[in-house]
Structures are given as structure tokens and as C-alpha cells.
Design a protein around this ligand. Structure first.
Ligand code: ZN
Length: 225
């Protein structure tokens, strides 16, 4: 078993699965979540409950207010609607500029101080429309983190950006999670922040498709406001 990991947990199904997967692979598991002014802030309350059940070493919740201030994304800008259609060719309007770069660098600060050698992020599809969810992004950030780490400079070790789901589909990720008995009723994916989830936004559709393709009912559907 490897030593320690800090997992980025949004409250959605991918990061929840990663958290449960991390518990199998690492002896010490930390979690970090971000309040970045997302409209679907409800995901944070799901993340808190989920992480309680995961029983991690520590759950850090960090405010990232500048992402809200910049606006320009349907996830943070009140003037832009979350669209109902599937992902287009280019980066979707729900892309938050440099979100994962911000998050990973913040997680790396915690990794440096708590001497955590792995930072887990639940990115999966190789050709994600989100630029900061791709393999090239993860390897570049890993290089930058190692080049700027106090711990690495002192101990001559490495920090790994751990992306075990890279190359998988959402259905593949769900399959792993069902085997690990991830409590999906405590996860939340909808970009619109409604309860029950809207069922129309791209992330709702992807989640629904993953559950449908495995012939499993999504337990979030039983939760009502
Ligand atoms: Zn939705």
C-alpha cells in the first residue's frame, strides 16, 4: 500500500469513486473541496456528508473567490444559463477558466506542508472537451508542482498527480465505484444545483447514461427537496 494521497472531491460521482479507490490504495487519505462560487454549491454539502462517510484523515474546504469574480463560465456567472444540450466540440460554456490548475496548485500547497506525496484528481476521458481535464494538463501540472515544491527540494522525492481513471469512460468509473460500494446517493452532479437534479444538463445526462448502461438505478433520483 502506498503512503498518502490528497483527493480533490467536488461531491460528484467521479471524485467520490476516486476517494473510495484511494482508500484501497493508500494508507493515509486526505480530501480537499473548493467553494469557488459555483451555482451548484449544493455539491459542497453533498461532499461534506460523503467525506464523513469515507472517514479520511482530514477534509480541507478552501474558498476560491476569484473564480466567481472573473465570471465568464455558466457555472459561476449568473448571467449565463447552464445549457441543456450535450457537450459541443470546443470547450463548453461550463468550463471555469483554469479551475483544475487553481485547485491542483492549492492542493499542492497542502501536500507540501502535510508531506503528502500524491494528489488525486478524477479526470477520466482522454478527449475531454475541458482542456484542464486532459492527460497533457495533468502531466504538465505535475512537472510544475515538483519544480516548486518545498518537500521535493528537501526530501528529493516526487509528488505524483494521481489520475488512475484517465482513459476511462464515466461508465468504467461507475463500474469501479459500484464494486467499491461508493454511496452514490451522497453524490451530486447537476450543474444547475436543483434537487432532484435537472436531468437535462450535460453532466446529468452523462451520469444518467452511465447508470443506464450498467442497468443500475441512480440512487440520487430517490432524493427529493
Ligand atoms: Zn442537471
Amino acid at each position: 500500500m502506498k503512503d498518502s494521497v490528497i483527493v480533490l472531491v467536488s461531491g460528484g460521482m467521479d471524485s467520490a469513486t476516486l476517494l473510495w479507490f484511494a482508500k484501497e490504495k493508500f494508507s493515509k487519505v486526505y480530501a480537499i473541496s473548493f467553494d469557488y462560487g459555483q451555482k451548484h454549491k449544493i455539491e459542497l454539502s453533498f461532499a461534506k456528508e460523503l467525506i464523513k462517510e469515507a472517514d479520511v484523515e482530514k477534509h480541507f474546504i478552501v474558498e476560491v473567490p476569484h473564480l466567481k469574480g472573473i465570471k465568464g463560465s455558466a457555472l459561476t456567472d449568473e448571467n449565463i444559463q447552464v445549457p441543456s444540450e450535450e457537450y459541443p466540440e470546443g470547450p463548453p460554456i461550463t468550463t471555469v477558466p483554469m479551475r483544475n490548475l487553481n485547485f491542483l496548485s492549492i492542493a499542492a500547497s497542502f501536500a507540501d506542508i502535510y508531506e503528502i506525496e500524491n494528489i488525486g484528481i478524477g479526470i477520466h476521458s482522454v478527449d475531454s472537451p475541458y482542456p484542464d481535464c486532459r492527460a497533457e494538463f495533468a502531466s504538465s501540472v505535475e512537472a510544475a508542482i515538483n519544480a516548486s515544491s518545498i518537500m521535493v527540494a528537501k526530501k528529493k522525492n516526487r509528488i505524483t498527480v494521481w489520475t488512475p481513471f484517465l482513459g476511462m469512460s464515466k461508465t468504467d468509473v461507475l463500474k469501479i465505484g459500484l464494486e467499491l460500494k461508493v454511496p452514490y446517493e451522497k453524490t451530486y452532479s447537476c450543474y444547475r444545483g436543483t434537487l432532484p437534479p435537472c436531468g437535462e444538463c450535460a453532466t446529468c445526462r452523462q451520469r444518467e447514461e452511465a447508470f443506464r448502461s450498467l442497468g443500475v438505478e441512480d440512487p440520487i433520483k430517490k432524493i427529493k427537496r
